[in-house]
Design a binder for this molecule. Structure first.
Ligand code: GS8
Length: 220
């Protein structure tokens, strides 16, 4: 059965799923969805995700959307293949993976997403970034990163001394963030910096980064 990922390589949420599929060493078909041409708002795509957002994922008779739900499904279904992203044989470690998955989605993402979107996304559609929103988000992100710095001073990765889906979920937005003028937020925190260098050097991350070229866009 062919796994199908519908998305756009530059999209951080698509990249999140791609990174997971590569960690699991799974073959999949990449189905490009041109969001600039609004293909994601066409009935054929809305049948896969009624909210009209990428990515979507198909595995036989199941169709999923929401990147984190897709990675959770892949990590669970293929727990015996490739790298174990969910510590499925250890209840406590697995629970900590879930905690830090939530932290990414509830704390980190709301802070970093507006920065990446304003800096890279807005110029693509001919709009000027909102610096007030960027500044407020940077302030939020600093507070989250202070917690990460403490956490990573006693654990190599977020959930413990093992790489997991929680770390993976951070890759794509942080990759773009590091190409903004504010990368010192990561680089000035030694444990966060070491963690970032480690997770971004993984072969799966490097492979996904090849398709992520928003970094060339300059702020206007
Ligand atoms: C967000 C998807 C999303 O924002 C997830 O999958 O994690 N919570 C969802 N998709 C964006 C591209 S960013 O990778 C998207 O589809 N934007 C176009 C649009 O909203 O029309």
């Amino acid at each position: 059965m062919v796994l199908k990922l519908h998305g756009f390589p530059v999209s951080p949420c698509t990249a999140r799923v791609e990174a997971c599929l590569h960690e699991k060493t799974l073959d999949f078909e990449f189905v490009p969805v041109d969001i600039l041409a609004l293909e994601n708002k066409q009935p054929s795509f809305l049948a896969k995700n009624p909210f009209g957002q990428i990515p979507a994922f198909e595995d036989g008779d199941i169709t999923l959307f929401e990147s984190r739900a897709i990675t959770a499904y892949v990590a669970e279904k293929f727990k015996g293949t490739g790298y174990d992203l969910i510590r499925h044989e250890n209840l406590k470690e697995g629970a900590l993976v879930k905690v830090w998955i939530e932290v990414e989605s509830q704390q980190y993402h709301p802070a970093i997403c507006p920065i990446v979107y304003e800096f890279f996304g807005k110029p693509v559609v001919g709009c000027k970034p909102d610096q007030t929103l960027i500044d407020a988000s940077l302030e939020k992100l600093e507070k989250v990163l202070d917690v990460y710095e403490t956490r990573l001073s006693s654990n190599k990765y977020l959930a413990g001394d093992f790489y997991s889906l929680a770390d993976l979920h951070h890759f794509s937005y942080t990759f773009y963030f590091m190409k903004t003028p504010w990368s010192s937020l990561i680089n000035d925190r030694p444990h966060v910096k070491a963690w970032w260098e480690d997770i971004s050097a993984r072969p799966a991350s490097v492979k996904v980064a090849e398709g992520m070229n928003f970094g060339e866009v300059e702020i206007k």
